[in-house]
Design a protein around this ligand. Sequence first.
Ligand code: APR
Ligand code: PHB
Length: 394
Amino acid sequence: MKTQIAIIGAGPSGLLLGQLLHNAGIDTVIIERQSPDYVLGRIRAGVLEQGMVDLLREAGVGERMDREGLVHDGFELAFNDRVEHINLRELTGGKTVMIYGQTEVTRDLMQARRASGAPTCYDASDVQLHELKGEKPYVTFVQDGTPVRLDCDLIAGCDGYHGVSRKSIPDGVLKAFERVYPFGWLGVLADTPPVNEELIYASHERGFALCSMRSPTRTRYYVQVASDEKVEDWSDQRFWDELKSRLPEPIAAKLITGPSIEKSIAPLRSFVVEPMQYGHLFLVGDAAHIVPPTGAKGLNLAASDVSTLYRILLKYYREGRQDLLEQYSQICLRRVWIAERFSWWMTSILHQFPGTDAFTQRMQQAELEYFVSTEAGRTSIAENYVGLPYEPVE
Ligand code: APR
Ligand code: PHB
């Protein structure tokens, strides 16, 4: 087999890149280790920045999002029995976010890929990348027991944190930066009406809580739990009781509970590798960086990497701009680090950190107080939350 761009991974990064390139007449083959159903079974975040919304529309996959997604003008920050509204639209000169689940984004992209006729090899095993620094890179994998070789010009490593792409770069090339937080998020998905029209991020002495949603009839709620908690120890009742205990009384009183349809614990981590390119291989999305979910930045950062790589590849194929390939990593990393900062900061001010001293606790409260009670602080939160602009590729 032969293609222009070999894409490893059919998560949102790989599928979105594939769709944009296909529409531009650039050939791609996507190689995915799992089945389509497995990929769709993963419950992930659901807040899309304006930049990602625009990119999905540009890729021609925004129709259902525009119909079913919920535009949110702001969100609530709850602490010390106060609820403070962050008005995104007013603080950012009209920007908002779109509530639309990553699962739905993936479903729309999968359908568009299928309709386009461009190939996706699901259930591929033993995926290996070759000649990353050589003349002609290629990918090998096994499908239905048969070995396959895919020759290509370049490889996009869109295979997430556990993927093969980053691991194919020789030792000593990448510098990794990491922070593992001493807690996780226990999340519950339920077919219940949201407790509030907008998302509520709540800081409480029992731990952080988040009230999010997928639609007017489906909610996604989270509570901070210790790193060693087991999901089996959390009955639905225990989860709802804990969530209520962390919300301001008037909100807790309105909470409608119901049976969970998914329940899982996710660890919180910040992680970045530099650079995001090695020879003919470009790392995209979770393959290169992870953020804790507190700022809702994971999926959005993946989209900005995709946008950058797509615009570079357009100029590479149409104008012969070889020089731009070398700029991919620098362009992406500037935005990645700023989103890493915001996600780390939101995590730091809203969670309970085991073992912190009384002074540190007061500093955390003062920081939250200062940021929500000043125009400068609220603006800083709002402009990061709606997402910083994408850097142009010139
Ligand atoms: N070969 C082929 N595919 C692989 C391999 C491999 N060796 N390893 C992993 N994959 C696939 C995974 O099965 C998955 O479908 O790569 C895909 C990576 O998808 P994601 O992990 O979703 O990563 P990405 O597409 O970058 O999405 C960005 O934003 O909200 C965050 O973490 C969240 O998934 C989200 C991410
Ligand atoms: C979610 O809806 O799953 C969600 C929303 C906002 C976040 C994290 C997760 O910051």
